[in-house]
Design a protein. Structure first.
Length: 664
């Protein structure tokens, strides 16, 4: 097919092609599969890539790859017929993956890999036709926003597009493809997005961009990404979806179940089920749902979690009948997607879900491999983009015609996402109805109206609750309970002491059916900072036993949402009232300045404290040590140096948290 340089002719050609396809009820991609001899089975993207490369043009069209990661974009453009001259990647392990696949006889044979900071990278090529790459996106990502709000170009990683532009200026290629998270378009009121466009336009490039979902192009994964194509001349139309309702023949999505269905026995490895604190919960979660199955909002009779208190991929069980949600680069023990067989996906399966070739080598242990996969552009999406660039920009024809989207043609993946949410809500309701009868009449455990016990806090601040006194017990707790009013006391084990401070807590409508407030009063007879940890752990212990909530965050809610509780720490003891540490503890526990990214100066102004930064940092450090979460640049890179975030009024860190060991 000859390239149409005139935009009007391009659109006319696109309309004619689509009309023909609708008449024949067969999409351009279905025709391409037949011509290339591809069977529509699990792992077909590998066959598609091999077949594409085998018919590549004899014309050499060169590419330099920036921010290459594990090579997702590179695989797609290589298979589309481009020659990757050089790639740049700062992370040594990722660069090792690229180098391994660039050896003689491998996919990228002859590609030179530069493991260097992009700021120091100068391409060693006299000429290149095209540039591809996507700068790190954490500063604009949902995960970054959840950690500390969207910082965008306030974070140095949000400025890496300037390095991309610098290299474009050096090489002056005919065009480029820039990939990033879709949130970049609306971050910080759209200002970073305006800057990025202006920077590229100043270099003489005409920009064409869309937000695409990888599932629309044959990837068994819903993954929305911003794609920008910049050209010195001519125009660019984005390819019409190959799969899903927006494809010309309404071809079904490539499902997760089909993708992993026929992995060769000689490469697949067994995977263990989930263990630990929440592993067993996966068994009852219906495919397609996550931890929110165990929330009051979903109607679970024993809600363990608070609504939106976890990442959406926490305990996310994939649905074999549809693509999985976005595979994350980094996550914890229960980060999904997890298999519908109630286990972790194997690396071989994750490669299929990201459409990485079975024979592509990725260096590192499991989590490092997942990091590389999760950071990558799915190669199948890159292949479709690659042949679209090759066809329109470099006038290369294929033995099949590619159908392109009209400039005004809208895609429906956002609408379908909301519809899928309704489907899973119905699935959750049906599953919950089946288990409700098991829990009828079990809203509150039948605890004694009063009692006592001991809590031991060790030197590493791990803790355990005890029924009887032991030599290493730290505090004695006593309690008096009824459904809506709880009274506790905390005192040193074996020592009566005198009242030092009170903690008063009110949680309105904690008992949803009766619309009653849970009122808690805890009297503490100790000046030891660890007594604060004892307060919260005893309270957590009782709430877990009475209401099945997993931890205090599930009781009080995620910090970015509106607070519906009151906590007041009253210092009774004169010595405590004059202590800088306890002044800080009172302000944090009472909620002043909670949930805001701020500076030490602003904290002191807000709290009315006339102390040095050093004293304040020491007090905050002690609060963190006893379990209060204090975020800084050292704990969350999304937070700029010199700024701090205290998300919660209570001690939310558990004894396993590495944050306790991280300095401010």
């Amino acid at each position: 097919m000859k390239k149409k340089t005139n935009s009007k002719k391009q659109l006319e050609f696109s309309f004619l092609t689509q009309a023909t396809i609708h008449q024949n009820k067969e999409s351009w991609f279905s025709k391409a599969e037949k011509i290339l001899g591809i069977s529509n089975d699990g792992g077909w993207p590998d066959s598609f890539g091999q077949a594409l490369h085998s018919i590549s043009t004899s014309k050499t069209i060169t590419v330099v790859s920036l921010f290459s990661g594990a090579g997702g974009l590179d695989i797609g453009f290589h298979d589309a017929g481009f020659k990757i001259l050089e790639c740049n990647e700062i992370v040594p392990l990722f660069a090792e993956t690229l180098a391994l696949n660039s050896r003689e006889g491998q996919r990228f044979t002859g590609t030179k890999v530069h493991c260097i900071d992009i700021k120091d990278y100068v391409p060693e090529v006299p000429h290149v036709d095209f540039v591809i790459g996507g700068p790190p996106c954490q500063t604009f990502s949902a995960a970054g926003a959840r950690a500390a709000g969207v910082m965008g170009t306030d974070d140095e990683r949000g400025e890496l597009f300037l390095e991309y532009a610098r290299i474009l200026k050096l090489l002056n290629p005919k065009g480029f493809l820039f990939e990033n998270v879709y949130r970049i378009v609306g971050a910080q009121g759209g200002e970073p997005w305006k800057r990025i466009q202006e920077e590229f336009r100043q270099l003489g490039y005409i920009l064409f961009w869309r937000i695409l979902d990888a599932a629309d192009y044959g990837v068994p994964q819903f993954r929305e990404r911003l794609i920008i194509v910049g050209l010195k001349e001519g125009e660019f139309l984005f390819p019409k979806p190959t799969h899903g309702p927006d494809s010309s023949d309404n071809r079904p999505y490539y499902s997760a179940g089909k993708a992993v269905s026929n992995i060769p026995n000689h490469i697949i490895k067994t995977s263990d089920g989930l263990s630990g604190r929440h592993g067993y919960l996966l068994n009852d979660i219906p495919p397609g749902l996550n931890y929110s199955f165990y929330t009051e909002r979903m109607g679970h009779p024993q809600p363990i979690f608070s609504w939106r208190s976890k990442f959406s991929d926490y305990l996310y069980k994939a649905d074999p009948d549809v693509p999985v949600r976005t595979i994350k680069a980094q996550g914890g023990q229960y980060t999904g997607p997890l298999s519908w067989e109630n286990r972790y996906f194997t690396i071989e399966e994750l490669k299929r879900l990201q459409t990485f070739p079975d024979d592509y080598k990725i260096v590192g242990r499991r989590q490092k491999v997942i990091h590389q996969l999760g950071n990558s552009v799915p190669p199948q999406l890159a292949r479709i983009l690659g042949i679209s660039v090759m066809n329109q920009v470099f006038n290369v024809s294929y033995p099949f015609e590619i159908c392109y989207l009209r400039n005004d043609e809208q895609l429906g993946f956002r609408k379908r996402k909301s519809e899928l949410t309704d489907v899973y809500a119905k699935k959750a309701k049906d599953a919950i109805e089946k288990i409700k009868t098991k829990h009828e009449g079990c809203e509150v455990s039948k605890l004694k109206d009063c009692g006592s016990g001991y809590i031991t806090i060790s030197s590493d601040l791990s803790y355990k609750m005890q029924k009887s006194l032991s030599e290493d017990a730290s505090f004695l707790y006593t309690y008096m309970l009824n459904q809506a009013d709880w009274e506790f006391s905390i005192r040193p084990a074996g020592n009566e002491g005198k009242l030092c401070y009170d903690v008063h807590i009110n949680i309105p409508e904690f008992f949803k059916k009766e619309e009653k407030t849970l009122a808690i009063q805890c009297a503490v007879y100790s000046r030891d900072p660890q007594s604060l940890l004892a307060v919260w752990k005893v309270l957590e212990y009782f709430i877990k036993d009475n209401f099945w909530r997993d931890d205090l965050v599930q009781v009080f809610g995620y910090y970015q949402y509106k607070r519906n509780y009151l906590i007041d720490l009253k210092l009774v003891d004169v010595e405590l009232a004059s202590s800088d540490f306890w002044k800080v503890a009172k302000k944090i526990t009472s909620g002043d300045g909670i949930g805001e990214i701020t500076t030490l100066k602003r904290i002191k102004e807000l709290w009315g404290l006339s102390i040095s930064d050093e004293i304040l940092l020491n007090a905050l450090g002690m609060m963190k040590k006893i379990g209060y979460e204090i975020r800084s640049h050292n704990t969350n890179k999304q937070i700029r140096p010199g700024k701090f975030l205290i998300p919660y009024s209570f001690a939310s860190l558990n004894e396993r948290s590495l944050q306790r060991l991280t300095s401010l």
